[in-house]
Each structure stands twice: as structure tokens, then as C-alpha cells.
Design a protein around this ligand. Sequence first.
Ligand code: C2E
Ligand code: CA
Ligand code: CA
Ligand code: CA
Length: 279
Amino acid sequence: ARKLGRDTWCHYTGDLGAAVSERMSISTDLQNAVQDNQLTLHYQPVVDGWTGAIVGYEALMRWYHPSHGFIPPNRFIPMAEESGQIVELTQWALDCAARAATRMNQGLPHDIYVAVNISTLVFRRTDFVERVTDVLKRHNIPARWLEIEITESMLLDDFASAIEKLRELGALGVRIALDDFGTGYSSLNYLKRLPIHKIKLDRSFVNDIVEDPADAAIARAVLAVAGLLKLTVIVEGVETERQFAFLKRLRFTQFQGYLFAKPLPLETVLASLLAASGY
Ligand code: C2E
Ligand code: CA
Ligand code: CA
Ligand code: CA
């Protein structure tokens, strides 16, 4: 029998389910997405709820596919993690965020940071700290302008080397936030050993916080522990005035959510910063 040539294999799609072949095509397309400028970062503010000041922005990836249209990060990030493409995407995001931070901080009276989400796979690479150092150097920006958001999952495998990396990043002056806090399992046990600066209270605790005494109790406990450990808390996913008022009564200070702003394109952010600065 004829050996299956590369061509035959490439064109064989017959038995693939629609979902699988769509996945494959999206993953292939992701390879061109960076070069073709289909990817962009949007920026969602983190606000001080007591002064109204914007303290920083979280960078969130957006992909406008030429034929599939908008593809949400919850769909393409996991694929990029599986294929390893997330490494390249994150490098691009760090560069983009550094450039954005430079523009945001032009003529502002106080510093504004841009936070980039870092996948476990990327964090675990031996050259991660070097990559971050390199971005800061190339863009010639102070380390405090660039923050990173990590999740608990990257601490599970090799806790000791994760801690070491976090220390190195901290020594550079890069601040680190633990994302989606409260959704893992051993949080409080290792929190005290983590050289991080912030935790982001997951929005699943915020949804029903006004009605659900259990959520309110958890939020209170997180705030108390964070206070003892001198960690800043950012509350994620604040959507209503009632949630905001309730959270302020619990004495939270930093907030993020649709109530304040959705993730926005850089140009929109720059225009609003300019307007707020009074020029
Ligand atoms: P995340 O890091 O937890 O980001 C917060 C998500 O909540 C964002 O969704 C944001 O748009 C959304 N959000 C913000 N405020 C509200 C609110 O008030 N209500 C509700 N319902 N949602 C709100 P998005 O942009 O779709 O991103 C989803 C996830 O994709 C992110 O969750 C993050 O895990 C991942 N992601 C996004 N960009 C990147 C990236 O550049 N790199 C990596 N590794 N992951 C990314
Ligand atoms: Ca995040
Ligand atoms: Ca989050
Ligand atoms: Ca998340």
C-alpha cells in the first residue's frame, strides 16, 4: 500500500468532528494572529473606591478573527496553553503592556501600572524572570509600571522554585498579584509564605455578596488575613452600586468591575486619562 504522504495527512479531515476541526483551525490561525495584528490588549481600570483615583489597569487579550469574529480569551488562551503558543503571546502582551504603561504615565501626577496575566506554563519557564527584566530594559520603564498576575496553580508543582522566582521579580521591583483568590484550595496555608503584594478576590464571592452572608463572611476573612500579611486586596467583578457600597462598608479599598469600566482599547483609556488630568 502507498505510504501516507504528508499531503494526504494534511487534507484528511473526514473523521474529525466539527468542534475538533474548528479547534485545529483556530490554533493554526493563532500563529498568524500576532503578525496580522488581530490580537490586541484592552485595559480595565483598578480604582481606589474612596478617592475615585485609578491606580492601574489590567491588560486583557482580545482576538478579532477575520472570519470567526471575536473569540473570547476563555476559548483561545487554553488552546494557546496546550500548543505552547502562549509563550509567544505573553511576550507580545508584555511588550504591548510596557508600551501602554509608557503612554499612560506621560504627564500624570501619579504612577499607573499595567498588569499582565501570566499562565502557569509561562511562569514555569526558566527564562521567565529574564524575559521580564528584558522588557523593562528595552522599554526603559520603572519596574513598578509593570505588574504580573499569577494564579495558585503555578505554585502547586514546585513551590520552592516558584517562591524563588517571585523573590527575584520582587527584587526587580515588579509587583505581583495572586489572581482569582479564593477559588483554589490551600490558599491560607501557603499565603503567608508567598512573596507577593496583592490578592484579587475572585468575583464569585462578589456576585451575591449583598444577599449571601457566607460570601460576606469569606470576604471579611480574606480582608482580615490580607491586612495581617500587609497585602493589598483588589475586589474583582463589582457590577452594582449595592455591591460597591456593601464592600466599602467592609472596608475594602481597591475595586475592579463593569460598574467602573469594562476593558477598553488603549486610545479610549488615554483619552479619559487626559480628560481626568484636566488638560
Ligand atoms: P481574569 O484574569 O480573571 O480577568 C477578569 C475577567 O473578568 C475578564 O474577562 C474581564 O473582562 C472580566 N470582568 C471584569 N469585570 C467584570 C464584571 O464586573 N463582571 C463580569 N461578569 N466580568 C468582569 P476576559 O477579558 O474575558 O478574560 C477572561 C480570562 O482570560 C481572564 O480572567 C484570564 O484568565 C484570561 N486572560 C485574558 N487575557 C489574558 C492574557 O493576556 N494572558 C493570559 N495568560 N490569560 C489571559
Ligand atoms: Ca487577571
Ligand atoms: Ca481574576
Ligand atoms: Ca480567571
